[in-house]
Design a binder for this molecule. Sequence first.
Ligand code: SF4
Length: 344
Amino acid sequence: MLKEAEFFERIEDKRVRCTLCQRECLISTGKRGFCGVRVNIDGVLKTLIYGEVAYIAVSPIEKKPFFHFYPGSTWLSLGTLGCNFKCPGCQNWDIAHKVPETMEESDIIPECNYFTPEDVINAAKKYNCLGISWTYNEPTIWFEFAYETSRRAKKEGLLSNYVSNGFISPLALDTIAPYLDAIRIDVKGFSKSTYKKIAHIDDFKGILSIAERVKRKHGMHLEIITNLIPQINDNENELKGIAKWIKQKLGSETPWHITRFYPACKLSHIPPTPISLLERTRELAIKTGLEYVYLGNVPRHPFENTYCPHCGKILIERHSISILKNYLKRKICPFCGGKIEIIL
Ligand code: SF4
């Protein structure tokens, strides 16, 4: 559904600047921004995808992945069309790289089903979800719908989380933050050249600032993820840089998920990440001082589990996105009494 955008500035000649994400697209009338879902109609920026759901599922929080936020809980997960990144190895390229053809209020987007915020909230309640997860593609691009739904959901006792690339503008983050409970941010590399290669952006520092703002200004639960792609973002110095930054700026208790890449989209020629590379990266992160470093997309690997950083005993045993055993009843290790930073 077509709706006026929340964040934009009018400039001369009916052009607008979108200020929703850090790309800050300058858009002439009749044109769209980089994400393909925001259009300038006669000097007014509009979103094409308010309420337009391209994918919906009930899934465990571990699928996002969040491992330290209500482990084992169930979430109504939603995605739309488009993205403000066009990553060549995107696992959800079938929706994230697609944009609606519509430009009129009356047009139907064939790939989507229209939901109101109430429809989403009712569905979350019907399926006994703890809340709503804005995921699959970058949730920032349908800000107006995520904001309105999360705001109303909070009143109904439901939580909300964002699975994000962190490229949201600080103002948009500050606006939605009171209605979000957790964010998982993707840190794809630690250099301009890696981010240029993957996300076609000139500077990645704004993404790091958003993660720091989530944690320090908003006190929100935060987890970091890096999908490790051979030849693309496997530089050891950059990976060390991510680990050091997490420790210094976010805290050693912040979970870091290092996930295995599988060939997809324009990177179909690149083989899956060697497990030895994932293990080496985890080792360097632990040596840097991070307490919770997980390997993802490697079912049955021991580093899917949560270990007590004090005594080393298993606290939560996992198989992929399923929890096999959870020994935690409180935020305290039942074996040594050490403090554990997991929201239960
Ligand atoms: S949300 Fe879309 S239109 Fe707005 S700045 Fe980002 S990419 Fe550009």
